[in-house]
Design a protein around this ligand. Sequence first.
Ligand code: COA
Length: 583
Amino acid sequence: MRILLLCHSFNSLSQRLFAELKARGHQLSVELDISDSVTEEACALFQPDVLIAPFLKRRIPESVWRSVVCLVVHPGPPGDRGPAALDWAVLEQASQWGVTVLQANADFDAGPVWAHASFDMRSASKGSLYRSEVTQAAVVAVLRAVQRLDVNDPLVTPTEGVEAGPGSVGSAWRPAMPQTARRIDWLSSSTADILARLRSADGQPGVQDALFGHPCHLFDAQPATGTALQALAGTAAGAVVAQRDGALLRRTVDGGVWIGQVRLARACGDESAFKLPATLAFAPEAATLPVWSVPLERENDEWAELRYWERGPAGARVGCLSFDFYNGAMSTEQCESLLAALQQVKQRDTQVLLLLGGRDFFSNGIHLNCIEAAAHRPDSSAADESWRNINAMNDVAQELIATTDRITVAVLRGNAGAGGVFLALAADEVWAHPGAVLNPHYRNMGNLYGSEYWTYLLPRRLGPERARELMRQRLPLLAVDAQRMGLLDRCLDTSPAGLERDVIPDALALALTYNLSDRILHKQQVRTADEATRPLADYRKEELSRMYRNFYGFDPSYHVARYHFVHKLPHAWTPRHLAVHRP
Ligand code: COA
């Protein structure tokens, strides 16, 4: 089928559907929802059999839905309607939720239902659920709907197979969620209630609140547990009492909540109204707070960005290092912490080291928001911070490449983008959840050349020709397809949520391989030979000379693209590599 994806932005769900549909032989093109006339033009040019809207913020124009079947992906079960479906589900702590594919008509989310799928809710943020459970259910439902279209099967009728009431007009309209529904009263609300409010608004729009007397939006909440919870005794509800890994700890009536990210209210002339680590947004205030750090190896539930644990018997032991950086973005300081952790865990007698990245993202490369923030600091600049950040990323990649006394495995529980993909390739093996989406290229960020030793790591897996082609295409890649082409090694048949647990038996089996020591010896020989052919330092120097031009040169494309990305400016056109219908 010829399928046109119409989306507000080419987000993770749109990318996953794009890759899944393409893998099934459909012809895909993408148009971003820029204006009605652009959508009309895209339909006229592409002549789609069906238009699918995975992520829209406005209605599809009537001229379009009257002339072509338009399927809208609604992140709610049949019968649920409105623009904040998942927000309400998280706030009200629903135990089950779903995704419905319905046909666009004159009413909002009220057309005939073509397919739907359900899932169990997890105690997590809206964004995390969206990227994982919602995306998975959406894939199931969209594929079902497309199959029905393909064989011209009749629509699911209101009584057929839709338990919770079909997508019929007027069943359960719920409006956009106002900030009043999310408001937190720090002097009376319980921790669970506060977490539900914050999680219902994360990644966007955040909960309107104030810290240190400054209005701001809050994001990225974790409950205080373990040592932090004990240390909170005697502090007053509402007080901000400590910091850890960029987050601020705020006392509640029955515990505490770590707030990882804030967006300051945009004051007159204030350019820094975008999401930042809380201690960076409130740097002077945070400087007066104690740092409540925790050891790298600790109880499972005590929150911090980095955690290490081990499994298995001596001689066949597996080390697991997780680095759960918000949105997969890795600032200079986060890279430095990860490097220190890597150096620490390399002292341990393990045979296999798993790099687990984060729950939602393995990594998305350098931290563009922190870099943007540096542009507003008198002692720094966006170029300087970009330079520091890419060097810190490279140090981590180099440390991994130089780990030749054990087998390293990068485990992609979530998606990876740009430098984050190449960081994973620095490990000996890459394993992934089959639905993980990779964006193994840099050029979408203002023609960034990229570093992280990609010029060494990518050709060694794909050969020079295919490596160039992959970078040129700038398209998302499903983990299963990446495995097929040799970019990664294994897809584990499990859910993203189960991957952290389910990967252990495979890692233990690897650690127990009878010829592991031969394999490690071989790896050392390959590294020595590669180094003799061309030193790693040389790759780095060459890549960084190109990056230096991106950061400090006369072409401002990277700075412009980063500014647009961080400030979430609406797209003005659809990139040509997506809109293949445009000549
Ligand atoms: N720095 C800071 N924030 C980042 C980030 C980065 N490198 N990569 C992603 N994010 C943030 C997004 O701004 C978004 O923030 P929000 O929670 O405020 O909405 C969130 O992570 C999710 O990103 P989104 O783009 O919605 O996710 P996606 O899964 O749809 O797309 C990518 C994934 C990787 C394609 C896209 O995020 C991207 O292009 N990131 C930039 C990658 C990059 O160029 N890195 C620098 C070069 S190494």
